[in-house]
Design a protein around this ligand. Structure first.
Ligand code: NAD
Length: 358
């Protein structure tokens, strides 16, 4: 069987790591038709939009995409392509496994945490009010009238909305994942003590949904305490479920526990569409240098193979990657903190993984 996959190289280091991942996937024995599409600043120049409709159509048709990172201009310029993709395609769950592979230079060994992040709402929904606009003044007036609270008129405002339906959906996703992959515990993360109507709602829905899964342990943690606990005792955690912003931050923290962003894969999922991408961004300062680690992108490819139910190929590729890490010879600078001068480049890592697959 040949799979049609939408391939989005992205920008910055995206094209290099995506090409490395594509090359190793090609030799797993599974066959792919790659449908190449462009997003971001290149698409903006050519089509006048950073996210052309043809990209969304390609993903909707193929239902699976492998995506490199895309730069989001800070403060001004176009809105995030990544956020728009998740919203447009209803990719409500972001799955980010963080696992230590033997040989990884890292503070911990045997960490195996899966972060499940709500991917659509919360402060990330992109509903924002710009300083000094008529809309923000109306909102500030409404808050003053209804809440008897003053928001300074020189403010900018971002809306944090958390819904019952989306909270329940992501918590159930986390528990279903835990059940399917034999995980023992789900930890919900929030700041419900302060944000009683948004995070408080998330927590109460999480507690209720946990009742549907008596076979899996459930606990909750306040996000600041969670950060400290993760750094001190990461082994106590199994599956973590969190609203969008905390999930984003915690998944980078967890990536740091297992060797860094160069080893952290991810998937953005709806019930019928899946976009696989590394947790890391486009790291613009390394663009075109053949320097960064392609393993996070390759491990995202492993997740894609599992999603396709190509379990044998997924296991083979993951084992080949693990072998390369364990040998510690053909790895990039981030995995050689003590002797970075012996590090190899992005494409060389792909060659090494391919040689293990032969
Ligand atoms: P980043 O993840 O791009 O890079 C942060 C640092 O992490 C890099 O400077 C580098 O030291 C390290 N790093 C990242 N990927 C690595 C790899 N594969 N190998 C080795 N080291 C690696 O984060 P940033 O600098 O905050 O963001 C850069 C751009 O990427 C921004 O425009 C941001 O919006 C965007 N971004 C995109 C996505 C996405 O497309 N899904 C995700 C995160 C950030």
């Amino acid at each position: 069987m040949r799979y049609d996959i939408t391939l989005i190289p992205g920008d910055g280091i995206g094209p290099e790591v995506t090409e490395a991942a594509r090359r190793v996937l090609e030799v797993t024995g599974v066959e792919f038709n790659w449908e190449l599409v462009e997003v971001g600043s290149d698409a903006m120049e050519k089509y006048g939009t950073p996210l052309p409709d043809s990209v969304l159509e390609s993903i909707k048709k193929n239902r699976i995409a492998l995506k490199g990172p895309v730069t989001t201009p800070v403060g001004s310029g176009f809105r995030s392509v990544n956020v728009a993709l998740r919203k447009e395609l209803g990719l409500y769950a972001c799955l980010r496994p963080c696992k230590t592979y033997p040989g990884t230079p890292s503070r911990y060994q045997d960490v195996d945490i899966v972060v499940v992040r709500e991917n659509i709402e919360d402060l990330y929904s992109g509903i924002e009010f710009e300083k000094d606009t008529p809309e923000i003044f109306r909102l500030i007036k409404l808050v003053s009238e209804t809440k008897n609270e003053t928001i300074r008129t020189d403010s900018g405002i971002s809306i944090k909305a958390i819904s019952e339906m989306r909270s329940r959906r992501i918590v159930r996703f986390a528990f279903d994942y835990a059940r399917k992959y034999n995980r023992k515990k789900v930890t919900a993360v929030h700041k419900a003590n302060i944000m009683k109507y948004s995070d408080g709602l998330f927590l109460s829905v999480a507690r209720e949904a946990a009742g549907e899964y008596p076979d899996i342990e459930f606990e909750d943690r306040i996000v600041d305490n969670m950060c400290m606990q993760l750094v001190q005792k990461p082994h106590q955690f199994d599956v973590i479920v969190a609203p969008n912003l905390y999930g984003d931050i915690l998944s980078d923290l967890c990536a740091g526990l297992v060797g860094g962003l160069g080893l952290a894969p991810g998937a953005n999922l709806s019930d019928d569409i899946a976009v696989f991408e590394a947790t890391h961004g486009s790291a613009p300062k390394y663009t075109g240098m053949n320097k960064v680690n392609p393993l996070a992108m390759m491990l995202s490819g492993v997740l894609m193979l599992r999603h396709l139910n190509e379990i044998q190929a997924a296991d083979r590729l993951e084992n080949a990657i693990a072998d390369v890490i364990a040998e510690g010879k053909n790895v990039t600078y981030d995995l050689k903190p003590d002797n970075p001068e012996t590090a190899v480049g992005t494409s060389h890592v792909a060659d090494a993984v391919i040689s293990k697959l032969d």
